[in-house]
Design a protein around this ligand. Structure first.
Ligand code: HEC
Length: 109
């Protein structure tokens, strides 16, 4: 329940930045490559190397269409308490989580 308290805070913080799915100035290209690596390996260990599901659900655009990028970023940052989905707050900034959420919404190649 208290997780919902984070939504307005993160939403407000995220909405301050430019929302561009192609080139995000807050996440430099070098870091973007690291994040994609993280997505395929660390996230992939539960969600599948191709994000088609495993211990965690598939992270494909059609499955995520009901979530906004902000909601997905909150899930990535804070995890899902009571499930194996861990919080990534220690490793990712808000912008980085939001960028990853946008990649998931678009679909990785
Ligand atoms: C230890 C296993 C594990 C790892 C590692 C993991 N996840 Fe998850 N993730 C889960 C599980 C299990 C769920 C489903 C939680 C639930 O039941 O609501 C989930 C749910 C999600 C969801 C919500 C999807 C939905 O349809 O409800 C997103 C988005 C997500 N994870 C992204 C990520 C990202 C991005 C990473 C890497 C930064 C990651 N996860 C790493 C286990 C994991």
């Amino acid at each position: 329940m208290h997780r919902l308290l984070f939504l307005p805070i993160v939403g407000a913080a995220l909405s301050l930045g430019p929302v561009s799915s192609v080139a995000s100035p807050e996440v430099p290209p070098q870091r973007q490559a690291e994040l994609i690596h993280l997505l395929k390996h660390d996230c992939g260990s539960c969600h599948g190397m191709r994000l088609e599901g495993g211990l965690g659900p598939a992270l494909k655009p059609n499955r995520l269409q009901n979530w906004s990028p902000e909601q997905l970023a909150v899930t990535i940052l804070y995890g899902r308490p009571g499930t194996p989905m861990p919080p990534w707050r220690p490793f990712l900034t808000d912008s980085e989580a939001f960028w990853l959420a946008q990649q998931l919404k678009q679909g990785l190649q």
